[in-house]
Design a protein around this ligand. Sequence first.
Ligand code: NAP
Length: 456
Amino acid sequence: MTLPIYVQGAWFVGALLFILGLKGMSSPASARKGIVWAGYGMLIAIAGTFLVPGLQNLALMALALGLGASSAWISGQRVKMTDMPQMVAIYNGMGGGAAAAIAAIEFAKGDVHSPVATTLAVLGALIGSVSFTGSCVAYAKLQGLMKKAYRLPAQNVVNVVLALSALGLGAAMIGLAPANPELIYVFFAVALVLGLIVTLPIGGADMPVVISLFNAFTGLAVGFEGYVLGNPALIIAGIVVGAAGTLLTQLMAKAMNRPISNILFTPMVASGGGEAIEGTMKELSALDAAALMRYAGKVIIVPGYGMAVAHAQHKVWEMTSILEEAGVEVKFAIHPVAGRMPGHMNVLLAEAGVPYDKIFDLEEINGEFGQADVALIIGANDVVNPSARTDKASPIYGMPILNADQAHNVIVIKRGKGTGYSGVENALFYTDNCRMLYGDAQPMAGEIIQHLKTMG
Ligand code: NAP
């Protein structure tokens, strides 16, 4: 069926806005605008879909849209910044599930005939199903609903057998098209179980990379099903999401020095690491921390997951402003996997109003720690752990870290002696030039501010 020009036009404009939106999201300065543009793109694409002639079940479509939009609106309003990764996981899973559902309906109707369309529908169904159940497991783990990583005795063999079975069943569906209902049921069951079984053994620290990988899968599945439906907006949106998800997965895996194959087949196990740590942790007061920074020439702040937990970003920015007014040069050093999701620290600092020209990536700032009088670490741990450079037994061995240990003085704000996400001790906290300021990051930053104000 040739669609009316206004439907095609709406889908084209929608797709264009998706691309512009993604371009906007490439920088924190324009990210908010990018999201709004992509949102308008989606609205226009949906409106265009309602104008397709001869649509059936309009009431059901409107009901589904109403339910989806209202629950997304409410959860979007309520979600805490620290819970954002699991929200991304569940939304991504819904996308994969929707792509698989489109394929299921097309197969059930017996509407897919050509070998190309059948192949793409099968691939989309397989990838979308894996992404759906895998993302649900990722959500359950990050939300704390599933506390353990479940690993089968011959996990990798089971993974391979399931993957080959799903591919074999998919090939049979292509060969027999239109396939009989039993074959379709078994294919979807195996594909859904595959997503579950692959994701269950993966630990929490690797989960954001897995979510990003499933995001790429969902994009691909949506693109394939877009071809099956003859919907260019879906094809373009799917390809854009698939490409962005693939790049993000690669960047995160590189930043954690964990090849994707290791993440999927050799999950990270927290251990104490192999190197013995010498020295003791030495405390300092908020007054001493304030004085060290007030009379410093250069301070580099390293924020981490603890700053997000404490919602300390506004206080940190207030402290920075006071230091700058006193003539201290202050920079922010951001590790690519600081926090619990890509760009976590950038988003928080942007929310607090920290100008982008004060925020530096690992490669840009790592050479400057040697000239810094103070490295102030706020709720970061793994991303400044020097044993990642030397301790081959450590689960974070090989991960590039911020060279905070090279600063003349290191101040660490954290609540106690808790380890970071990887579960390993941090040798930096025991070094001679490091002092611990124990407490929740927000009140501690507040105390430093009070002392700075009295120092004039
Ligand atoms: P981290 O290693 O998880 O350490 C966070 C530290 O913050 C903890 O040691 C904790 O110590 C402290 N903390 C917690 N709540 C606090 C509070 N309210 N006030 C002050 N301190 C608090 O964090 P990170 O250095 O940001 O490293 C991120 C980790 O997550 C890395 O291992 C990374 O590989 C992993 N990860 C991140 C991503 C991503 O996309 N960003 C993806 C995958 C994995 P106390 O309990 O003693 O306070």
